[in-house]
Design a protein around this ligand. Structure first.
Ligand code: PFF
Length: 450
């Protein structure tokens, strides 16, 4: 261990790292976003495109990010600077920091919704619906209330700040250890409840039977953006987490575990949501409110529904927090490493700025709902710019950097440290050099010239 890495703090255990990286990956992206964009983009066919993006592009890029991080032991900007001094590649790292700002600004808003639903489940207000329509109206009234929304958004950001101030394993690692397995368990129980509702099978077929006529360049771009978003790729979050890794860690198995956990959770959530959506006669393309209206309607019909609701939203909050933390950590690590700020200052100042930046997104469903540019409100723009453009672009440039500038041979020797056997090195180099950058570029081109 170099003195430098000691000063930055390292993960305490191998499992701690995998859980923390999974904690970053698994979040609102899996539980709130994946079902609603699957619903908006045609169901089964979207799921297939998404899975292809995960395997072909997400997995190799995640390995690249972990490798860059562990090699340099630095934040994204510092990492590119170290491996390609004096070049413009640092801009890629910088773009990641910007994406972190932007994503956390709207992510914090949805985190706030989650927090509010814990409180509303405790009081029983959000689990007494006769129909999903009622649940939807309740949610609509809630997100239109500027004071309530901003208050919960603030609280969520304060929680993120509280954990990140404590640093890598004091806060981040400990928080992930027990919570991720509990989340899996409750999702299983909910899936059983959902699948046994009358009319559930129609939802299963919407979700699993692909209708290929629904695939368009726009749908592919969204699936690709979601793959990056869900795996926390393209902005250096995984690079930053990898930078706290000791050399003996096997990067290959860590990558496989994280991708597997993240994908499993997303797929499982779909099996909870879509059967319920169809059983209750709801519209799968409802948008961001989907999970917040269908699940409370399901909970309302369950014995002890309020308890299940509390447990569910507590876990969703934790999943959101462990991801929010990683977003904030990218920004904070940059100010600590590159600007020499103390951790506390970096966290407090950046946390506050990101909160303020997110306020317009929070108001996008109420008093600022009509403030639109190109038909989209603040919230949609923040999400669209970050997820559908910055992340895929960041991922593409990371692949080009590892493939051609730093070089796959150098990356390979970092991956193979401590006698790790890298059996699929040829496939990985090929993907990183030729497939991933070209695929992302083609998706962008198809989108612009359609
Ligand atoms: N992967 C997180 C989720 O699915 O909710 C969101 C996220 C976290 C995106 C960290 C990007 C990131 F760097």
């Amino acid at each position: 261990m170099t003195p430098k890495s000691k000063a930055r703090g390292l993960w305490a255990s191998r499992m701690g790292f995998i859980l923390a990286a999974s904690g970053s990956a698994i979040g609102l992206g899996n539980i709130w976003k994946f079902p609603y964009i699957t619903g908006q983009n045609g169901g089964g066919a979207f799921v297939l495109v998404y899975l292809a993006c995960i395997v072909v592009i997400g997995l190799p890029i995640m390995l690249s990010e972990f490798t860059l991080g562990r090699k340099t032991q630095l934040n994204p900007v510092g990492a590119f600077k170290k491996l390609a001094p004096g070049s413009t590649w640092t801009l890629v790292g910088f773009m990641g920091v910007v994406a972190g700002f932007l994503i956390l600004s709207f992510y914090g808003v949805v985190g706030g919704w989650t927090l509010a639903y814990i409180v509303k489940s405790v009081s029983g207000a959000s689990v007494h619906f006769g129909s999903p329509k009622e649940a939807g109206e309740f949610f609509g009234t809630f997100i239109a209330n500027p004071v309530e929304i901003t208050l919960y958004h603030f609280l969520f950001m304060a929680l993120c700040v509280g954990v990140v101030i404590k640093g890598v394993h004091g806060g981040i690692e400990k928080a992930c250890d027990i919570l991720m397995p509990t989340l899996l368990l409750i999702l299983f129980l909910l899936m059983i409840r959902s699948l046994t509702l009358d009319g559930a099978m129609e939802g299963v077929s919407f979700y699993l039977k692909p209708d290929f006529s629904k695939i368009s360049p726009q749908v592919i771009l969204i699936a690709l953006g979601q793959a990056f978003f869900s795996l926390s790729l393209g902005m250096g979050a995984m690079l930053t987490y990898g930078s706290y890794l000791p050399e003996e860690e096997n990067l290959l198995s860590a990558t496989l575990y994280v991708v597997l956990f993240d994908t499993m959770i997303a797929l499982l959530v779909g099996m909870v949501i879509f059967p319920a959506v169809f059983a209750m006669g709801m519209e799968p393309a409802e948008g961001p409110s989907l999970v917040f209206s269908v699940l409370p309607a399901v909970f309302s019909q369950m014995p002890k529904g309020n308890v299940v609701s509390i447990v569910f939203f507590v876990l969703l909050l934790i999943a959101a927090l462990t991801s929010g933390i990683s977003l904030l950590e990218v920004v904070v690590a940059y100010f600590i490493d590159e600007k020499g700020w103390p951790r506390k200052k970096a966290v407090l100042v950046m946390g506050s700025i990101i909160f303020v930046m997110g306020v317009p997104s929070g108001l996008s469903f109420g008093i600022w709902a009509d403030v639109k540019l190109f038909g989209m409100n603040f919230f949609d723009h923040a999400d669209n710019i970050a997820s559908n453009y910055l992340l895929p672009l960041g991922g593409m440039l990371t692949a080009i950097f590892v493939g051609y500038i730093w070089g796959t041979d150098a990356a390979q020797s970092e991956i193979e440290k401590h006698e790790t056997e890298f059996h699929w090195v040829k496939a990985w180099s090929f993907i990183i050099r030729y497939i991933a950058p070209v695929a992302v570029a083609l998706v962008f081109l198809a989108k612009f010239f359609k």
